[in-house]
Design a protein around this ligand. Structure first.
Ligand SMILES: Cc1ncc(COP(=O)(O)O)c(C=O)c1O
Length: 414
């Protein structure tokens, strides 16, 4: 028997500190979502479970603004959704075009390469987005099977316009996949109107839940491509002949996952029931709020945060005409230790703001107003605390400038 050390014996019930998460996500989950997660488990094929699955499909059609039947959950964090979409759509040797304007474009490239795709990248400087003309030119030159494009790249806080991209993809015979993990709900996203073939998300940003479930929607065109590669695993084989190139991942095989979520209910993984409860509650709250209202809530609180940081005398990073509503990148003032400011905010005020990656590391902080934290009190507290911490760090800040400027935005909004 392995002897138990005294420290193991002393482990207490989990009791995390209360923190206000105002970074680029994860953010605090809506308490109603946490409550939904504590509901008891039920059998995988129990009528209650299969109706919850159907309800999830219907609710997420509302969240993605689509009538796609194939709207469901992939179990895992947002990148599970990305992997499932790419590995199921792309066969080894097929061309994938990835326009990269931040870290998450690089992630799409890496995942497409691992799927065996022949990946072509076009790049933009961080802080910028692509024009439709640039995307059209790249599609004309490269003629890919799939265009894989991030909507909101959290690393730069830029929001790539997607309207018109689906049309371009159709013109060039490409499928259109987009990663909307950080932008969905905080910014307008219209899967059907914009001709999106596949989109994937996560719960931990504007949806107000924990990470661990990846909502996905697939157009009929995408489903056709995926079903043309259907290989049911031995042992649950339904007698149909396998077709096409087998999808390289079992766990992320969307052909099998669609069979599990479809009327066949062909067993695949054991659905992560508590995460399904969470995902259902996130979508239920949003559909009740109304998607346009949810986007407007993110726009308002994002605008108040932006006005507030500018009111303190801080400078914003990137092309502000294409900033996401729900997260802003703020230059760390000269002479200020960015990490020391983040630590002081956390230790003295229990408020977390985000650091940055790659070329922006040590250059900007990223401050989010999303999901459950897209609220006036969260914005005002963050600005008040940031003012004090910056002053202690020796930065020149306008007294009351942050909360004052944010209040004006709220007053204008009525
Ligand atoms: C745009 C974007 N895509 C993908 C991811 C990866 O998400 P996850 O950590 O949930 O796998 C993130 C996470 O921040 C993101 O912001």
């Amino acid at each position: 028997m392995i002897p138990m050390t005294s420290s193991v014996a002393e482990h207490r019930q989990i009791h995390p500190p209360q923190q206000l998460l105002m970074g680029p996500g994860p953010v605090n989950a809506d308490p109603r979502v946490l409550r939904a997660m504590t509901a008891q488990l039920i059998g995988q094929f129990a009528p209650a479970m299969t109706s919850y699955m159907n309800e999830v499909m219907e609710l997420y059609r509302g969240v993605f603004s689509t009538s796609n039947r194939a709207t469901l959950l992939v179990d895992g964090t947002s990148r599970a959704g990305i992997e499932a979409a790419i590995v199921s759509l792309v066969e080894p040797g097929e061309k994938v075009l990835v326009p990269v304007f931040g870290r998450f474009g690089h992630l799409l490239k890496e995942i497409a390469e691992r799927a065996g795709g022949e990946v072509v990248v076009i790049e933009k400087e961080w802080g910028q987005v692509f024009t439709l003309e640039e995307l059209d030119a790249a599609l004309t030159t490269h003629r890919p099977k799939l265009l894989a494009l991030v909507q909101g790249d959290t690393s730069t806080t830029m929001n790539q316009p997607l309207k018109g991209v689906g049309e371009l993809c159709r013109k060039h015979g490409a499928l259109f996949y987009t990663d909307v993990t950080a932008s969905l709900v905080g910014n307008t996203f219209l899967a059907d109107d914009w001709g999106v073939d596949a989109a994937t998300a996560g719960l931990q940003k504007c949806l107000g839940g924990p990470s661990g479930s990846a909502p996905i929607t697939l157009s009929d065109r995408a489903v056709e491509v995926i079903r043309a590669r259907r290989h049911v695993e031995s042992g649950i084989d339904d007698g149909t002949t396998p077709r096409g190139t087998r999808i390289a991942s079992n766990y992320f095989d969307l052909a099998m996952i669609l069979d599990y979520w479809g009327p066949q209910r062909l067993n695949h993984h054991t659905e992560a029931t508590s995460m399904l409860y969470a995902a259902r509650e996130c979508a239920r709250l949003l559909v009740n709020e109304g998607m346009d209202n949810a986007v407007e809530r993110h726009r308002l609180h994002g605008a108040a945060m932006v006005a507030g940081v500018q009111g303190l005398g801080l400078k914003l990073f990137g092309d502000q005409t294409h900033r996401m509503n729900n997260v802003v990148a703020v230059h760390i003032p000269d002479g200020v230790d960015g990490e020391a400011v983040r630590s002081a905010l956390l230790s003295d005020y229990s408020i977390e703001i985000g650091t940055s990656f790659g070329p922006l590391h040590g250059v900007v902080w990223r401050i989010g107003t999303m999901g459950y934290n897209a609220r006036k009190d969260a914005v005002m507290l963050t600005l008040a605390a940031l003012e004090q911490v910056l002053r202690s760090a020796g930065a020149q800040v306008t007294a009351g400038g942050g909360t004052g400027a944010a209040s004006e935005i709220y007053a204008e909004a009525g």
